[in-house]
Structure formats: C-alpha cells, structure tokens
Design a protein around this ligand. Structure first.
Ligand code: HEM
Length: 127
C-alpha cells in the first residue's frame, strides 16, 4: 500500500530500494484469511442463527440453564469461540482494507460522500 506520496520528501536517493519491513507476504495471507474465514463464517454464523432462532422452540427455550448446559460441551465452546474470534478478526481486517482504500490522497469518492448529512460527509477526507 506504499504510494509515491508516502515517501519522505528529504530522501537522498528516491529510487533506492526500500529495506523490506513487516511480515513477509502479509497482504497475501490477509487476502487468503478473508476467503477462508468467510467460508467458515457461512457455516458458523448461519448455523448459529438457525440453531438459536429456528431449531426446536427457537429463542423460547433459551434460559440460563440452556446456556450453561450448552457451554459445558467442548463442541459448542469451540464453535462459539471460533465464531467470535473469526468474526472479530475478519471484520477488523475488512475495516483495515476499507481504511486503506479510502485514506489516500487520490482515493475514489467514498460511499459516505452520498449521505445527506453535511457533518458526516465533512468527516470523510475525499468528499
Ligand atoms: C457469511 C459469512 C461471510 C463471508 C462469506 C464473508 C466473505 C468476505 C470476503 C470474501 C471478503 C473480502 C472482499 C474483498 O476483498 O473484496 C470480505 C470482506 C469483509 N467482510 Fe466479510 N464475510 C462474511 C461475514 C462477515 C462478518 C460477520 C463481518 C463483520 C463482523 C464481515 C465484515 C467484512 C468487512 C468489513 C469486509 C471488508 C469489505 C471490503 O473489503 O470492501 N464479514 N468478507
């Protein structure tokens, strides 16, 4: 995501190769993570909604006892923790992508630019 305007202005040799830094191939692994976590989330999130809202009596059977019994099982412990962690990391990395897309001088107009609220539009730099 390094662009020409990110370079320090006072650099002696602007064409000198940068010293590699950060995790090698980070963006490739982040790209792959979004695909695999997305696939896992289809089963984890839709399965969670189906089981909690539609299966048997749906929400009417959920009480303290139901939750305590459910979370006594390693299967549901792993399911719920995977759902929580994957959604958190997937969502955070997605936001990182969106910020990277729009937080540039030559970024395209953000969808938020179309909003009717002037203060909200003013808070989005490329508007
Ligand atoms: C049904 C399960 C899901 C699938 C199949 C899925 C799939 C994907 C994929 C493939 C991308 C990458 C898009 C790209 O690089 O252009 C993505 C981006 C994203 N996802 Fe998900 N996702 C799912 C659930 C979620 C959830 C639960 C959240 C929020 C916690 C979320 C938030 C995001 C965000 C913020 C992005 C960035 C959007 C962008 O790049 O424009 N996703 N998703």
């Amino acid at each position: 995501m390094e662009r020409e305007h990110d370079r320090p202005a006072a650099l002696d040799h602007p064409r000198a190769p940068r010293r590699p830094r950060g995790i090698p191939y980070f963006e490739k692994y982040a790209w792959l993570f979004m695909r695999f976590s997305g696939l896992a989330l289809v089963f984890l999130a839709l399965g969670h909604l189906f089981i909690m809202l539609m299966w048997q009596d749906g929400v009417y059977r959920i009480d303290f006892n139901y939750v305590a019994q459910r979370w006594a099982s390693p299967f549901w412990q792993i399911w719920d923790m995977a759902l929580l962690w994957l959604a958190m990391i997937h969502g955070a990395n997605g936001l990182r992508t969106i910020i990277g897309d729009y937080a540039r001088k030559n970024a395209p107009a953000a969808p938020a630019c179309a909003l009717p609220s002037r203060p909200v539009r003013a808070s989005v730099p490329p508007c």
